[in-house]
Design a protein around this ligand. Structure first.
Ligand code: ZN
Length: 373
């Protein structure tokens, strides 16, 4: 996922997804044209927009504080957090591993909504003091909005559907009771899908009863939660199947290497059309110099197949393509899933030991799942 890196906070890299820029504009627009003018008819246009921008920034800050609280607690349990990605209505703390215990999961999850509800109460109080002290109306309006948004953030995230915080709490409770991470993830994921469909249903009712915009938002969020619940369960299954598996154990040693001077036609006829692999290492003088596959030869017009050597169209090998034999197979899959690299080369002292492709990793996962391993 691409995004804009904002910098470091408390040692975590903060990135915002591109979608956030659009959401930010939508939020400012809705606040300046709907929310604030309706609540405070006295605001002129400039005040409404200014208050809208400040309120949207504070919404952004509130989401960030929520995510920071997760990350700080995760880190204090010894789980490394790479950074925080903010997208749509929420964010995600990017952890490379599953929590180690139900207890860690519980505290890491619950701290987010607790922080949001706490922030909500804080701004509610400040707004109240502002009213008593006769602060300017825009200031009170902003406090009121930030209080509301934090209460909503806290409440929404408490919904008991994985991967929402409430769903993680649910998972940790089932996990503690059954001692089975996979089972508990499965149940929490079902709950997450139920929450998602529930939101979508409420959205449809909203639309039918005359709230098309809020209805569409709910349907969209519901759809998002449903999908996230499903994929995060699959991810746990894959991660578990690959836990403790090293690259060496999944790599193949029987992918033929292609000399760089081989013509594209010969490569297609003798390899692409004959073997199950779609991507091959290319060698020159006994050294691996590139990787070539369907994508690369597709760019060559068929009347030039005979005169074009694969070496000319192959991807040059750089560190992006190399992986060491004792690295985690999960890391290999994560790199292959990015989509830029079709096959990783397992190198040792400049010597090719084997290669690893997506297909092989998935086959292993599938086999292990079928065998119930
Ligand atoms: Zn959260």
């Amino acid at each position: 996922m691409g995004g804009v890196k904002l910098g470091k906070l408390l040692g975590f890299d903060i990135t915002i997804d591109w979608s956030w820029l659009l959401i930010f504009f939508l939020v400012v627009y809705t606040l300046a044209n709907g929310y604030f003018p309706r609540l405070y008819p006295g605001f002129d246009i400039a005040t409404s927009w200014l208050v809208g921008v400040v309120a949207a920034l504070l919404l952004f800050g509130s989401v960030l504080v929520h995510e920071l609280s997760h990350s700080v607690v995760a880190r204090s349990h010894g789980t490394p957090v790479k950074g925080i990605m903010l997208f749509l209505f929420g964010g995600m703390s990017q952890t490379a591993e599953e929590p180690k215990s139900a207890k860690e999961e519980f505290w890491t999850a619950i701290v987010g909504p607790a922080t949001s509800l706490g922030l909500g109460a804080f701004f509610y109080m400040i707004g109240g003091i502002g009213i008593i002290l006769n602060w300017p109306e825009p200031l009170v309006a902003i406090c009121g909005y930030v209080a509301l948004i934090n209460f909503l953030l806290g409440a929404f995230n408490l919904a008991p559907g994985f991967p929402l915080d409430g769903g993680r709490v649910l998972r940790s409770v089932i996990w503690a009771a059954t001692n089975d991470l996979t089972k508990s993830t499965q149940y929490a994921s079902y709950a997450g899908q139920a929450v998602g469909y529930g939101l979508m249903a409420v959205g449809f009712v909203e639309i039918l009863t005359g709230g098309p915009i809020s209805g569409l938002w709910l349907i969209f969020i519901g759809w998002f939660v449903t999908g996230a619940a499903r994929t995060s369960y699959q991810q746990v299954l894959i991660r578990q199947a690959l836990s403790g598996v090293r690259v060496e154990q999944v790599m193949t040693t029987d992918v033929p290497v292609i000399p760089a001077e081989t013509s594209v036609r010969k490569f297609i006829d003798e390899h692409l059309l004959r073997h199950e692999y779609s991507c091959y290492p290319v060698t020159s003088d006994g050294h691996v110099v590139g990787v070539v596959g369907i994508e690369e030869v597709r760019s060559v017009p068929s009347n030039e197949w005979d005169v074009t050597p694969v070496g000319r169209v192959a991807h040059k090998v750089n560190s992006e393509y190399k992986i060491s034999a004792d690295e985690d197979a999960w890391n290999a899959l994560a790199r292959l899933a990015d989509g830029n690299v079709c096959r990783l080369l397992v190198m040792e002292n400049d010597q090719l030991k084997g290669t690893i492709g997506r297909d092989a990793v998935f086959r292993l996962v599938q086999t292990k799942l079928q065998l119930g391993l």
